[in-house]
Design a protein around this ligand. Structure first.
Ligand SMILES: *Cc1c(COP(=O)(O)O)cnc(C)c1O
Length: 460
């Protein structure tokens, strides 16, 4: 079977192969790339994978998409190299588990996709001329994961925009202390401003001389690797040969993580229900409830800061999977099948108070340490269970997306405990930080890009 091709959600450009989709980031018509089919998992595959390593499962899942771009051997080697850390599945209570995606080098789940995508792009840039500029907006964790994943990679330069007042000190230090081919810019605005500047740059003919691509989750390269851990959790925990169903709860902001679960589901994983938990940025839960979509501008500031998103960039993909069309401005041109969407997804918004109470409760009752994002997911799952007691014995996996030590103030306040930082977060304080500061005005940023100032910044 040949690999899928990738069409644009706006349907105004021709489908491309994965290599083009990766290097382009966004389709020429400003739509998002989607696979034209989901290569199915074999009926017995997850059952056969129960003893496999994460890297081996990743290669087995992703090879269905990378055929023609990488040999299976090359892909397997890249997976071994990218996934050299643990993926703990922690039993919390009965059939309820927590999947900790926080053991990578920057201690958030974003390492999973950033590390794979960087290796894919590195392989594609080998033997090509010129330099690829990876432009990325971050609400906290994308920036460091992407910067870390591409650091030192030949023929690439990373430019990260972050909202100065909305990221934690540790998150900032993780990006601004790297240097080399990584340039970080502090923006005096919100995450949505950073995202808007990046999107404008992609569409700007004045920047045609620079080979720009995105490492935000608008890039399909960020989504494919995020389907793997759902398959992994299922292979490890489920009675797979009996086709046991599973429920996932995913704390969501831009809905890239959650789209990974949708992809795995479409590939044939027997998912019963997807719990999608947001913080007070509840535009998606309200959309599912009312059928009306309205962005939240400005986005609301919550303690789960990586989910402070008022207009999720992957919503267009979700709408597409369910037969609708949302354009790049967020306008719903064709509504999706709302009935099926409501059937498949249980969307819920969790307040900061409830998030804090959940951190406390999970610690008191189970000795589990959650951070604010994972707590939103866990609280979402508990809400679902309260409404669906019949699912009490169903296998459930809630996703913990960051390491608690990234949010020491919140954890300290909730449970009086200082989670010890993993080695990757240690020693950041002593390192010098470098980052220019810019306003949310687009033109100075464009000129900065156009005049290759990022290249000068890197040689300092
Ligand atoms: C980015 C991020 C999220 C949200 O993921 P999306 O794919 O944007 O929905 C949740 N938790 C943490 C810790 C993150 O860094």
């Amino acid at each position: 079977m040949t690999s899928p091709r990738f069409y644009s959600t706006n349907h105004e450009t021709d489908p491309v192969d994965l290599a083009h989709a990766l290097l382009q980031g966004q389709a020429g018509d400003r739509g998002l790339f989607m696979p034209d089919r989901f290569p199915p998992l074999g009926p017995r595959e997850p059952a056969q994978w129960a003893e496999w390593s994460y890297a081996r499962i990743a290669a087995a899942v992703l090879s269905r998409f990378t055929e023609g771009m990488l040999t299976p051997e090359r892909l397997a080697a890249l997976c071994e190299d990218a996934y050299d850390y643990e993926v703990p599945l922690e039993q919390v209570s009965g059939r309820q588990y927590l999947m900790r995606l926080d053991q990578g080098p920057t201690a958030s789940f974003k390492d999973f996709a950033a590390r794979m995508m960087a290796r894919w792009m590195g392989a594609l840039m080998q033997g090509q001329d010129g330099e690829l500029v990876i432009l990325t907006a971050t609400s906290g964790d994308t920036g460091s994961a992407v910067a870390h994943a591409y650091h030192g990679l030949a023929r690439t330069h990373v430019v990260v925009l972050f909202p100065i007042a909305e990221v934690s000190t540790r998150q900032r230090q993780q990006m601004t202390t790297i240097g080399g081919n990584v340039t970080t810019i502090g923006i005096e605005g919100k995450f949505d401003d950073c995202q808007a500047m990046v999107k404008r740059a992609f569409a700007d003919p004045a920047l045609a001389g620079i080979r720009l691509t995105s490492a935000n989750s608008i890039n399909i390269g960020r989504l494919l690797p995020q389907s793997v851990y759902y398959v992994y959790a299922y292979a490890k925990l489920a009675r797979a040969e009996a086709g046991e169903p599973i429920i996932f709860s995913v704390p969501s902001g831009n809905f890239g993580d959650m789209m990974g679960a949708v992809f795995a589901w479409r590939m044939g994983l027997p998912v019963r229900q997807l719990v999608v938990a947001t913080n007070a940025n509840d535009e998606v839960p309200i959309f599912l409830l009312t059928g009306k979509y309205e962005k939240i501008v400005p986005s609301r500031v919550c303690i789960s800061n990586a989910m402070n998103v008022g207009h999720p960039s992957n919503l267009a993909r979700l709408v597409d999977v369910y037969g609708g069309w949302m354009d790049e401005t967020g306008r719903m041109r064709t509504p999706p099948d709302m009935q099926r969407l409501r059937h498949d997804l249980y969307a819920v918004s969790i307040s900061d108070d409830e998030t804090r109470a959940t951190i406390k409760d999970a610690h008191t009752r189970f000795g589990t340490v959650l951070e604010p994002h994972g707590a939103v997911g866990w609280a979402g799952l508990q809400r679902y269970l309260a409404e669906h007691p019949e699912d009490n014995e169903t296998l459930m996996v809630s996703v913990e997306t960051a390491h608690p030590a990234k949010f020491p103030e919140e954890i300290q306040a909730a449970i009086g405990l200082d989670p010890p930082p993993p080695p990757s977060l240690q020693g950041l304080e002593g390192r010098p930080e470098h980052y220019p500061v810019m306003s949310t005005q687009y033109e100075p940023f464009r000129d900065w890009l156009k005049n290759d100032e990022w290249r000068r910044a890197s040689s300092e």
